[in-house]
Structure formats: structure tokens, C-alpha cells
Ligand binder design. Structure first.
Ligand code: NAD
Length: 396
């Protein structure tokens, strides 16, 4: 039984209660949890929507008696070790607080609050419950393609990284069966609409690769009557490490032609191009060196049927933290630091000036990057990962 290793010593699986079993459970977390049955098993859930509840019961085999109308009743159960909170963003804090007060460890989806005041409240929760794990999910910190890219950046594959460029565009309208269909995303009760909900992952990727952002300048546009929040967010970024760059997310309501969507990093010794953030297959990155030669890295896992977006890894980190008290990457602080450049970028768009985050952040800005997740009990950073490396001489 590898998948995918945890600490020595045999443990009973962690027993979890789910608060919310909507799309994120169906598409992201259940596919991961169903591969980790030795480590974590759902025993109860709270979900008011009958169709979602029936689907979750069908997937998990849980009986009707495992369903709760009110999650506070589920929190009274002594046999629930931990909860996974998958609620609309404005509801996350309340549920995390109630769960911690009931003595549960918490795996909570991002972002920790819909603005920086709520983020401060999340930081307060962490301080108030030092004996419990409060984990804020950020799957991009755990993606194998991004971890491998970061490893090679640390090895100096690009030399000094001086610039970054990333444009993501695409039509964004409510589509049945997708995240955009959920009504709470149409009139978002959190700042920035899709630029916080989805943009937080892009910021996580940039911080994982380059460290904290020190200054931002933002611009916004409204060209979408169907989804709340600005449709365009243009963000100029100066990282504490010295890298400068631009991240633009453009989500109008009309159809737009397919975009490249690839993050590019420009260094003194080469250029790195990452595969688009949401491709399902063949994830990785290419490096073009100073001679125009190309080298590409692609990652996959033999133990999994499909490429995982980091969800299995983040659950492994959470379980290890609960079991052993080990440090974990998905902390409240790391997720808050993903929010800060986005929310201060929105402030900048409103005020019209650059914002220096060193004087406008709830936490210290650091040039060192997010820690790389190391699988517990495995043989190093890339335990169980298949890495295919190919080289093309003289390509451009
Ligand atoms: N990491 C990622 O890639 C990713 C992707 C999508 C969503 N998310 C996050 O997951 C969370 C959920 O998003 P979603 O897309 O699944 O939304 P969703 O609307 O599909 O699911 C939320 C569920 O919560 C249920 N719910 C509402 N009130 C409840 C209550 N009082 N008690 C219990 N359940 C209740 C709803 O019925 C619904 O099924 C959000 O925080 C979002 O930011 C993360």
C-alpha cells in the first residue's frame, strides 16, 4: 500500500465529516479522497441540496443516517476527527470557526475570507486554536508540474529571473455542470469575483515559483453582465526577489478565440514556458536556453489513473499534519498571502496608484518562496512521480 505514503506506524483512517458536497467535492475532492481510503474516510456529511446529497451518498456508499440538515449537529459527533469545508466563499469562516470550537481539525477550501478583514479573522482562528490543524486548501502549491518547475528554478535553470508574463482569457458565463453555474458566483459576496475565486490559484503558482510580491499596480474593466465583479483584471507585479511582470485575466461574456494561457518566466540564462494551468494531460514546462536549445519536462504518476491537480498531495499533507503534527504548506498565512496582491491590486485599480505591499500586508513580505511540499515517508520531493525529460538541440 503506497498511495502515496504517510508516516511510519499504522493508523486507522482519519474520519471526516463534509460540510458541503457540491461541485468541488464531486469534481476535485472525492476523486482524490477515493484514492486515499487507507488514510481518510468520510463518515458523515451536511448538504442541504438533495441531488448533491444523493450523488455523494452514491459515490461514498454512506447511509441516509450519515446526512445532517445542519452541520452543527454533525460537529457534536465525537467520532468525527476532522471536517472538510466546501461551502460558498462567504460561508467558509463561520463553518471553520464552529468546527474548531467543536474540537475538529479543519480542511477548508480557499480563499480564507472574501476580503482582507475576513482574512484577518481567519488568521485569528489559527491563533485561537493552536492545538488543531487549520488547513486552507491550495492545490496549486501541491501540483507536481509546478513543484518540479520550482525545483529547477532553485537549481538555477534560468539564472536570475528578471521578468514574468501571464495572460489568461476566455469567455466566462454560467454553464450548467461547471463551477460558473453556481448562483453564489454570479453575484459574488466577496471582492473581485473570479479574480479572487480563480485568480488566487494563479497567484499561488506565481508565489510558489518566485516568492512574495512587493508592489502591485492594478487596472480593471467591466465587460460581463452575467458574472459579478470586474471581467478584466490587469496586474503589474514587482516581486520581492526583483522579478517584474504582468498578470492579466480577461473574462468577457462573449466568445473569444482560444488563448495561449501559458505562464512565461524570462531569465538571464533561459526562458521557461509552463503548460496552461488547466490542461489535463501532459503537464509540465519547457526551457529554452541561451543557444535556442529546448528541453521539456512532463510529469505523471503511475499510481493514478489521471493527472491530479494537486488534490491528492494536499490531502496527504493534511493527514500527515493531523497524525504527526508536522508542518504543512497549506496554512492560513500562505493562502492570505495569495490574496494580498490580488486585493491590493483591486485597491490600486480604485485609487489609481501603485500599492507597496510591504506597508499594506497583514503579514511580512518575504523574498523566499512558499516551502515545497515533501511527501511524508517517501523518498524525497518527487516520490512516485514519473518525470519525462526530452531535449531538442537548436530549437527556438
Ligand atoms: N481548489 C479548487 O480548485 C476549487 C475549485 C472550485 C471550488 N473551490 C472552493 O470550494 C468551495 C465550494 O465551491 P463549489 O464550487 O463546490 O460550490 P457549490 O455551490 O457547488 O457547493 C457548495 C455546496 O454547499 C452546500 N451548502 C450550502 N449551505 C450549506 C450549509 N449550511 N451546510 C452544508 N452545506 C451547505 C450547497 O448546497 C452546495 O452543494 C468554495 O470555497 C470554492 O472557493 C475550490
Amino acid at each position: 500500500m503506497d498511495p502515496n505514503i504517510i508516516a511510519p506506524g499504522r493508523h486507522e483512517p482519519l474520519r471526516i465529516g463534509a460540510i458541503g458536497a457540491g461541485l468541488a467535492m464531486e469534481r476535485l475532492h472525492w476523486p482524490a479522497l477515493s484514492r486515499l481510503r487507507h488514510h481518510v474516510v468520510p463518515i458523515a456529511f451536511a448538504e442541504p441540496n438533495d441531488a448533491s446529497a444523493a450523488r455523494f451518498q452514491g459515490e461514498t456508499g454512506l447511509p441516509g443516517s450519515a446526512r445532517y440538515a445542519d452541520y452543527r449537529q454533525m460537529l457534536d459527533r465525537a467520532d468525527v476527527d476532522a471536517v472538510v469545508i466546501l461551502l460558498p466563499i462567504p460561508m467558509l469562516h463561520h463553518a471553520a470557526k464552529a468546527s474548531l470550537e467543536a474540537g475538529k481539525h479543519v480542511f477548508c477550501e480557499k480563499p480564507p475570507g472574501g476580503d482582507l478583514d475576513r482574512a484577518q479573522e481567519f488568521l485569528g482562528l489559527e491563533r485561537a486554536h493552536p492545538d488543531r490543524i487549520l488547513f486552507v486548501a491550495e492545490n496549486f502549491f501541491y501540483r507536481d508540474d509546478l513543484r518540479l518547475a520550482r525545483f529547477h528554478l532553485d537549481q538555477g535553470v534560468l539564472g536570475r529571473v528578471h521578468s514574468l508574463s501571464w495572460r489568461i482569457s476566455g469567455q466566462y458565463v454560467p454553464r450548467a455542470g461547471t463551477f460558473s453555474s453556481t448562483p453564489w458566483r454570479h453575484q459574488p459576496g466577496y471582492r473581485g469575483g473570479p479574480h479572487l475565486d480563480g485568480g488566487i490559484h494563479m497567484m499561488a503558482a506565481m508565489r510558489l515559483l518566485l516568492g512574495d510580491v512587493a508592489k502591485v499596480h492594478g487596472l480593471i474593466q467591466h465587460a460581463n453582465s452575467q458574472m459579478g465583479g470586474p471581467s478584466t483584471f490587469v496586474l503589474n507585479l514587482a516581486f520581492a526577489s526583483g522579478t517584474v511582470g504582468n498578470y492579466s485575466a480577461i473574462h468577457p461574456e462573449i466568445v473569444v478565440p482560444p488563448d495561449d494561457n501559458r505562464l512565461r518566466l524570462y531569465g538571464d540564462a533561459g526562458t521557461m514556458t509552463l503548460t496552461p494551468p488547466y490542461v489535463q494531460e501532459s503537464r509540465g514546462f519547457d526551457v529554452h536556453d541561451i543557444n535556442g536549445s529546448g528541453q521539456s519536462w512532463r510529469v505523471s504518476r503511475t499510481s493514478s489513473a489521471s493527472v491530479d491537480g494537486g488534490y491528492v498531495n494536499e490531502w496527504l499533507d493534511f493527514v500527515a499534519a493531523v497524525r504527526t503534527g508536522s508542518n504543512f504548506v497549506g496554512s492560513v498565512a500562505q493562502s492570505v498571502m495569495n490574496m494580498v496582491p490580488l486585493l491590493r491590486g483591486l485597491d490600486s485599480a480604485e485609487s489609481g496608484g501603485e500599492v507597496d505591499l510591504r506597508a499594506n500586508s497583514p503579514l511580512e513580505i518575504s523574498a523566499s518562496s512558499v516551502p515545497l511540499w515533501v511527501p511524508t515517508g517517501g523518498d524525497g520531493l518527487f516520490h512516485g512521480l514519473d518525470i519525462v525529460e526530452t531535449r531538442t538541440e537548436g530549437s527556438t
